[in-house]
Design a protein around this ligand. Structure first.
Ligand SMILES: Cc1cc2nc3c(=O)[nH]c(=O)nc-3n(C[C@H](O)[C@H](O)[C@H](O)COP(=O)(O)OP(=O)(O)OC[C@H]3O[C@@H](n4cnc5c(N)ncnc54)[C@H](O)[C@@H]3O)c2cc1C
Length: 335
C-alpha cells in the first residue's frame, strides 16, 4: 500500500476536475484499510470508489483512500434465489454482467450505472423502475471510529429515493454488498421508460434478462453523455418531491408541469424539466455548463474547476427556487 503525495484526482472523478489530494492511496484488502485508518494521522480522510458521484471543489488537505477490494461469489438459497456477495471495489456494471452470465436476474435494469458496488447503497442507486433496495439483503461495513466490522440489514440502511443512512453518517465504509437474485422465474420490469417500446420494435415477445440489459444499455448510451468524452456525474440534482397543494398552485402558471404521484399527498417533479424551463439547458459559461440534451446533467468541457461547477449549480438552485418556489437538492456528493 503506497501513499502518494500531491496526487491529481483527475482520473478518479468522472467530472474530470483536476483537484489535488495532499495524500492518496488505493487499498485492496480489509487489513490494508484498517491499517491505514489506524496509522494515518490525517484528520481528513475521504473514501472514494469510481468517483462518478462526487464534485471536488477544493484541494484535499488530508488523505484520499480509493477502495479497490475485489471479489464476487454466490450461493444458492433455494429453488428460485441465489445470494451474490460483491466486494466494494468491483465495478458495478461488471458485476451486473457477471450476474447476467450466471443467469442471475434482478439488476438487469441497473446496467451501465457507473461507479463501484461499494457506493451503490450510498444513494440506493436506481434506474428504469428498479432500485438497489429491491434486491439488497445486507452489507458488510467498517466503522472507522471503532475499526469494527458490522453487518447492516436492509432496514439498518434506511433506504429511500437516492438516500440511505450512509449519506448521513460518513463513519461507515461499505466493504461488500449481498444481493438476492433470481436464478429461475425471473421477474422482469419492462414497463418503465421506453423498454417495452424497444422490445416491440425488436420483435422480442418473451424477453430474457439479457434482452432487458441490452436495451437499457442502448437507451443509456443514446441518452446520457459518456464521462470519457465529457466530464459529468450523471444527474446533478434529485427530482424534488412536492405537496399536492403546491402542484395545484404551480399548474395555474405551468399547465404542462410533468408530475408523478408518489402518495396521495406527494408528487415527484422531474428536476430536468424545471432546469430546462428556467432556461439553463445547453447553457455554457467558460468550460462548464448544462448538457445540451440533458438538463439534469452539469458538465465540464475541459478545464472547469469544481468550485466553478458548484457555484453554477447554486445559481440554478436559486433560479428554481425563485421561479417555482421549489428547493433542489444535490444528488452529487460535494467534497
Ligand atoms: C453518466 C452517469 C450516469 C449515472 N446514472 C445513474 C443512475 O442511473 N442511477 C443512479 O442511482 N446513479 C447514477 N449515477 C451516479 C453514480 O453512478 C452512482 O451514484 C454510483 O453508485 C457512484 O459510485 P462510485 O463508486 O463512483 O462512487 P463515488 O463517486 O466514488 O462516491 C460517491 C459517494 O460515496 C462515498 N463512497 C464511495 N464508496 C464508498 C464505500 N465503499 N463506503 C462508504 N462510502 C463510499 C464517497 O465518499 C462519496 O461520498 C450516474 C453517474 C454518471 C456519471
Amino acid at each position: 500500500m503506497k501513499i502518494v503525495n500531491n496526487f491529481s484526482l483527475i482520473n478518479h472523478n468522472t467530472f474530470g476536475v483536476d483537484a489535488i489530494a495532499n495524500q492518496f492511496t488505493s487499498i485492496s484488502s480489509i487489513n490494508e484499510l484498517k491499517k491505514i485508518i489506524s496509522s494515518n494521522e490525517s484528520k481528513e480522510k475521504i473514501f472514494i470508489g469510481g468517483g462518478s458521484n462526487i464534485l471536488i471543489t477544493k484541494k484535499i488537505e488530508g488523505l484520499v483512500i480509493h477502495l479497490n477490494i475485489k471479489g464476487i461469489s454466490s450461493k444458492k438459497i433455494d429453488n428460485n434465489y441465489t445470494e451474490v456477495n460483491i466486494k466494494a471495489g468491483e465495478n458495478w456494471n461488471e458485476a451486473v454482467i457477471w450476474c447476467l452470465k450466471n443467469d442471475l436476474g434482478g439488476i438487469e435494469n441497473l446496467s451501465l450505472i457507473p461507479g463501484n458496488t461499494g457506493a451503490a447503497p450510498i444513494q440506493n442507486i436506481g434506474a428504469y423502475g428498479v432500485e438497489l433496495k429491491d434486491v439488497f439483503t445486507s452489507c458488510e461495513v467498517l466503522n472507522v471510529n471503532t475499526n469494527e466490522i458490522v453487518e447492516f440489514s436492509k432496514v439498518d440502511c434506511q433506504f429511500e429515493y437516492r438516500n440511505s443512512i450512509f449519506k448521513k453518517n460518513k463513519n461507515y465504509i461499505i466493504l461488500s454488498v449481498k444481493l438476492k437474485l433470481t436464478h429461475a422465474n425471473h421477474k422482469l420490469k419492462v414497463d418503465y421508460g421506453s423498454i417495452n417500446e424497444k422490445l416491440i420494435s425488436l420483435g422480442i415477445v418473451n424477453p430474457k434478462i439479457n434482452d432487458i440489459a441490452n436495451i437499457v444499455t442502448q437507451i443509456r448510451k443514446e441518452k446520457l453523455p459518456d464521462p470519457k468524452e465529457i466530464g459529468n456525474s450523471g444527474s446533478f440534482f434529485k427530482n424534488p418531491i412536492i405537496k399536492k397543494k403546491q402542484l395545484e398552485k404551480l399548474k395555474l402558471n405551468f399547465k404542462d408541469i410533468p408530475n408523478y404521484k408518489i402518495s396521495d399527498e406527494n408528487y415527484k417533479i422531474p428536476a430536468g424539466w424545471l432546469i430546462e424551463k428556467a432556461g439553463f439547458k445547453g447553457k455554457r459559461i467558460k468550460d462548464y455548463g448544462v448538457h445540451k440534451n440533458q438538463a439534469l446533467v452539469l458538465v465540464n468541457y475541459g478545464n472547469a474547476t469544481g468550485k466553478e461547477i458548484l457555484e453554477f449549480s447554486l445559481s440554478i438552485e436559486k433560479a428554481i427556487q425563485f421561479i417555482f418556489d421549489i428547493k433542489l437538492e444535490n444528488e452529487v456528493n460535494i467534497i
